[in-house]
Design a protein around this ligand. Structure first.
Ligand SMILES: C[S@@+](CC[C@H](N)C(=O)[O-])C[C@H]1O[C@@H](n2cnc3c(N)ncnc32)[C@H](O)[C@@H]1O
Length: 206
C-alpha cells in the first residue's frame, strides 16, 4: 500500500529531478526577508529544501536547524552552507515528527510546506508544532492563497483555514498578503507575474 508520505515524497522528488524545482529561486522568499528582524533565536526551518532560507537566517547569526524528508535537497543545502561558510544543522526527517525533536526553538519558519499538506497531515503538523514549541515561540508561514487563480501548484489555503488549523494552542498575530516567487518558465508551474499570490502568517504559541 502506498502511504501519504510515499506519495508526497515521490511528488517532491519528481520536482527536484527537474533542472530546477519551481520554488528553488536561489534566495529566501522575499516575505521572510521582509520579516527578518522579527525572526530570531533558535530557529527550525520546516521543509527547508535546498536551504536558502535556513542559510540566510544562520548568516544573520541565528542557530538554525533545517528539516526536510528528502536527501537530495539536503545534500544541496549542506553544500551551499559549506560554501557560504555558515553552520546549519540539516536533518532528514518528516516534518510531521518535529514534535519528537528534543531541542527547544524560539521560531519555526515554513516556506511552502504547510500548503502541501492534505487535511489529515495538516492537523498532524499543527499538533507536532504544538508539542514542539513553548509559549511565546513564533511560527512564520508562507502559503499560497486563494487569490492565486488556476489550479496549478499547491492547494490554496484561505485565511479562515489558517485560523481554524491553528485555533488550538496558537494566537494569530497577523496574516498578510504576500507573493510566493517561483522560477519562471517551468511548465505546470506558471503563476501570476511577480509570484503566486500568497499569505504570510505570523503565529504565537499560546
Ligand atoms: C515547496 S518546497 C519549499 C522548499 C523551501 N522551503 C523553499 O522555500 O525553497 C517544500 C519542501 O518541503 C519538503 N517536504 C514536503 N513534505 C514534507 C514532510 N512531510 N516532511 C519534511 N519535508 C517535507 C519537500 O521535500 C520540499 O523540499
Amino acid at each position: 500500500m502506498t502511504s501519504r508520505s510515499d506519495t508526497a515524497r515521490e511528488r517532491f522528488s519528481d520536482y527536484y529531478a527537474l533542472p530546477t524545482a519551481p520554488w528553488d529561486i536561489g534566495r529566501p522568499q522575499h516575505a521572510f526577508v521582509a520579516a527578518g528582524d522579527r525572526i530570531g533565536g533558535r530557529i527550525l526551518d520546516c521543509g527547508c529544501g535546498s536551504g536558502d532560507l535556513a542559510i540566510w537566517l544562520a548568516a544573520r547569526g541565528h542557530a538554525v536547524t533545517g528539516v526536510d524528508f528528502l536527501a537530495a535537497p539536503l545534500a544541496a543545502a549542506r553544500d551551499k552552507a559549506r560554501r557560504a561558510g555558515v553552520e546549519v544543522t540539516f536533518l532528514e526527517m518528516d516534518a510531521l515528527a518535529v514534535g519528537e525533536i528534543p531541542a527547544r526553538f524560539d521560531a519555526v519558519t515554513d516556506s511552502g510546506l504547510f500548503h502541501s499538506f492534505d487535511d489529515a497531515a495538516r492537523a498532524r503538523y499543527v499538533a507536532a508544532l504544538r508539542r514542539l514549541l513553548e509559549p511565546g515561540a513564533r511560527v512564520f508561514i508562507l502559503s499560497m492563497s486563494p487569490a492565486e487563480p488556476g489550479e496549478q501548484g499547491p492547494r490554496r489555503v484561505s485565511e479562515e483555514e489558517i485560523r481554524a488549523a491553528f485555533a488550538d494552542g496558537f494566537t494569530v498575530e497577523s496574516i498578510e498578503p504576500a507573493r510566493f516567487e517561483v522560477v519562471p518558465g517551468i511548465a505546470g508551474a506558471e503563476f501570476s507575474p511577480g509570484g503566486a499570490h500568497a499569505l504570510f502568517t505570523t503565529l504565537r504559541r499560546a
